[in-house]
Every structure is written in structure tokens, then in C-alpha cells.
Design a protein around this ligand. Structure first.
Ligand SMILES: [Zn+2]
Length: 336
């Protein structure tokens, strides 16, 4: 069988005709397999959804319990028959519950890795390399210029700034699923144990992470109406980046705007966003991690999606690995 007969791109997303399912479909479908809870991958309105327990829980938190008609939870490595083939889920190391999906039929193995990273992250299970014939990789940071620094070194910049500017409220922008909890955990792991204030949009997901055994220390709501602005002097406040353009941010004492994202490597982006303290903390692979992963898995074919597809395709070809871009549309990661 050709790999394209087992899985191929369609306008709704990657489709497996043998199992009659889509992976991370961008439109409502009968049967969807979901890699992780970010909004561009996990959408509401499918009939049946198969995902990890944590991804299903995260979808229910974000969209309500009726986000699909029926759900099925996949345990790590559990082989599940779907139509004429089988699927199994393996950790992707991207956010809590994030999975790569192995699709198998007559010995042919295709892995859809979704979004993934290789760096240390105590807020989710680490990426597990899975041997396969076709490895489908993201390429969000798929250019040689992208090297992500040590996230703890980035976090220490925030702690240094707190010492330098003890009067200022330090507002850290971080996407609400994954990045916010990871940044809070990094701040804790760098030795900061004062309460951290969080925007209301993060509360339910932070509670869920804590319930899953990920310690985040003392979190308090950053509701300025009910408290005196002075209490936020020298405090760390974490919120979604969208809130920072809001009046909400300007109520704090001499706010110092920080933003945790892989894109903070691009100085222009930080400047445009009015970010005074950019923190390069990414939940995606950088260029060396992409190459190391492909070398380690050693697939016979690589399919590249969302991001800078051409550079990675070219690199694979130079290594003698067949590769092609998938040109899937509708994936703009909310958790970069
Ligand atoms: Zn993602």
C-alpha cells in the first residue's frame, strides 16, 4: 500500500479513508482524532472524538461538555481498531495531554506528531520517538535561524527584572493552554515562591493542571477591581497576550510587559507588540530539534506541515530522505 492510501491531506484536514476518520480536522466531521487541545487542532462540533483523556478534558473545559456527541479516551500506547486499521497515541511533549498518533495498516506505519517539542517540560509527558515509515512533522520554527535558548535562563531574566524594578507590576503574556502553566512552573523552578496572580481566562486550565498533579504554587486572581492596585507592585501577573492590549493591563502599577513565546526570538515581533521583556520560551521544536528528531526516528519519508515547510523538505532531500510539504490550511498555533 502507498502511504497516501492510508492518509492524505484534504480541505478538512488529514484523512484516513480506511478508518474513515480525520486527524485534527478544521471543520466538523463524523469521526475526529485529536492530537492536542490548542484551538487550531481541537475544534468543537465533531460527532465522535478520539483523544487522550487529558485532551478530552481540556476540550470540555474550553468548549463545554457538549463539544461532541460521543468521546473515547485513548491510553498511552493502547492499540485501538478504527475501521480496517489501528491507531495508538504517544506523548508529544507539547502541552498537557498532547499526543502523536500512530496509524497502522498491513505493517505500514504513519505517525502524525501534531505539535511537539524535545526540551524539558515538567508540565506534560515527554516526547516519545516512535519508529515509522512516514513521519509527519510540524515546522513552526523550521528555519536554521531558530535556536531556542534554555527556558530557565529566559525565566531568570524575569526574576532579575523583578529585583531591578521592585515597584513595577510584571505582566507576563502567555497563551492560556500550556504556555501559561509552563511559565508559572518555570518561575517556581527558578526559586520564586511568592503568590503569582493570574488573569481569569487562565483559572480553569490552571486548576486542571494542578488537579493532574502539576504543582504551580500559590495562584491568586488578578482582579484589580476588588483589590488595591498597590498589592500588584513588584508582583508577577500572568495573562493571555490578548488581555494586554486591553484597559485591564493599564490599571496595574507601572506595568512592565513581558511575553513568553518562541517568536520573541524575532526582535521585530517583540517591538511591534510593545514587549519590554521578551522571553524566548517555546512549546515547539527549534531547527536543531527538528533535525535531531528526524535523524533519531529515521523514517523513509517525511511529510512537513504548518510552518516553514520548504526549508525542512529541502534538508530531508539533502539527507536522502523523501519529503514533501502537505500545505494544510487552518493551523495557526495558539501556543507557540
Ligand atoms: Zn499546539
Amino acid at each position: 500500500m502507498k502511504p497516501e492510501q492510508l492518509l492524505h491531506p484534504t480541505p478538512k484536514g488529514l484523512y484516513c479513508p480506511i478508518g474513515d476518520f480525520y486527524v485534527d480536522p478544521v471543520r466538523p466531521v463524523e469521526r475526529a482524532l485529536i492530537t492536542h487541545g490548542h484551538a487550531d487542532h481541537a475544534r468543537a462540533g465533531h460527532t465522535q472524538v478520539l483523544a487522550t483523556r487529558q485532551t478530552l478534558d481540556i476540550m470540555a473545559i474550553r468548549y463545554g461538555a457538549d463539544f461532541c456527541v460521543s468521546e473515547q479516551a485513548a491510553g498511552w500506547g493502547e492499540v485501538i481498531d478504527v475501521g480496517g486499521g489501528s491507531v495508538s497515541f504517544f506523548p508529544a511533549g507539547h502541552v498537557l495531554g498532547s499526543a502523536q498518533i500512530l496509524i497502522e495498516k498491513d505493517g505500514l506505519k504513519i505517525v502524525v506528531s501534531g505539535d511537539y517539542k524535545r526540551g524539558e517540560d515538567p508540565t506534560c509527558a515527554p516526547f516519545e520517538p516512535v519508529k515509522c515509515d512516514v513521519f509527519i512533522t510540524e515546522a513552526t520554527f523550521g528555519l536554521p535561524v531558530f535556536h531556542h535558548p534554555d527556558p530557565k535562563d529566559e525565566t531568570r531574566k524575569l526574576l532579575t527584572s523583578l529585583k531591578q524594578f521592585p515597584e513595577r507590576s510584571h505582566l507576563v503574556g502567555a497563551y492560556s493552554l500550556g504556555k501559561a502553566q509552563r511559565v508559572i512552573r518555570l518561575i517556581r523552578d527558578c526559586g520564586y515562591d511568592a503568590p503569582i496572580y493570574i488573569h481569569g481566562a487562565l483559572a480553569k486550565l490552571c486548576d486542571y493542571y494542578v488537579g493532574q498533579g502539576i504543582a504551580l504554587g500559590e495562584l491568586r486572581p488578578a482582579t484589580i477591581e476588588k483589590s488595591k492596585p498597590e498589592i500588584f507592585r513588584g508582583a508577577v501577573i500572568v495573562g493571555p497576550p490578548s488581555a494586554f492590549a486591553d484597559r485591564w493591563a493599564r490599571r496595574f502599577n507601572e506595568p512592565l510587559i513581558s511575553f513568553a513565546s518562541g517568536w520573541m526570538m524575532v526582535r521585530q515581533r517583540a517591538k511591534q507588540g510593545g514587549v519590554e521583556l521578551p522571553l524566548v520560551i517555546s512549546d515547539h521544536c527549534d531547527w536543531p530539534e527538528l533535525l535531531d528528531t528526524i535523524r533519531e526516528i529515521a523514517p523513509s519519508e517525511v511529510w512537513v506541515t504548518h510552518g516553514r515547510e520548504e526549508a525542512l523538505v529541502r534538508w530531508c532531500e539533502l539527507q536522502g530522505i523523501a519529503a514533501k510539504p502537505l500545505h494544510l490550511v487552518g493551523y495557526e498555533d495558539e501556543g507557540d
